[in-house]
Design a protein around this ligand. Structure first.
Ligand SMILES: [Zn+2]
Ligand SMILES: [Zn+2]
Length: 192
């Protein structure tokens, strides 16, 4: 048995659960034994934590306010950042797509930089790649494509193409693309 006559357990939400001498507790007149329910170090940590949380809320509110007052400036800055860091953006988007499908992803930002072309490598296209486009303007933005759509994002299974070519390809296989191409070619010819 623990002789706990001079000991008190540091209890409660922010307590460490340890049995400590009563001298380790601050006075709290409102409590039954006249002491705080948690020890001094735990009390100090809890106060610090709540201070940080309050500070975090304050900083967040300040950032939101700044955004509302400087929307165009912030958007412009974000866009410039995206333009400067296309590989980072492509990796982030790929990670997001892989996450949704529960796939693993092994490529790095450097892997993407190593294969980054200046122009879309597809022969019918060849457009100059311009990072940072948004919405309809991103037809010529570089985008990461899986060569084999059924594979994962790994070093030997990725290629950088323009956004438009990537959209056209989607998740289709070469066989499906040939079949679609032949179908529309025949259809168009029959209408001439
Ligand atoms: Zn404690
Ligand atoms: Zn292209």
């Amino acid at each position: 048995m623990v002789d706990n006559s001079d000991l008190k357990q540091c209890n409660g939400k922010n307590g460490c659960g340890q049995w400590k001498p009563k001298s380790e507790y601050s006075n709290a007149a409102g409590n039954k034994d006249g002491l705080y329910s948690i020890c001094r170090p735990c009390k100090k940590a809890a106060v610090h934590k709540s201070y940080l949380e309050k500070d975090h809320e304050k900083r967040k509110a300040h950032a939101n306010q700044y955004y509302l007052e400087n929307k165009e400036l912030v958007k412009g800055r974000n866009r410039k950042y995206r333009r400067r860091t296309p590989a980072k953006q492509m990796l982030r988007n790929a990670k997001c797509r892989a996450d949704k499908k529960g796939e693993i992803i092994t490529i790095t930002e450097q892997d993407i930089l190593n294969i980054f072309p200046t122009h879309c490598p597809l022969p019918h296209c060849g457009i100059k790649l311009v990072p940072g486009g948004v919405g309809y303007e991103r037809f010529n933005s570089p985008s990461l494509d899986k060569i084999n759509s059924k594979g994962i994002y790994e070093k030997d299974n990725v290629i950088v193409v323009c956004f438009r070519c990537n959209t056209i390809k989607g998740e289709g296989t070469p066989e499906e693309h040939l079949s679609i191409g032949n179908f529309y070619q025949k259809l168009l010819k029959s209408k001439l």
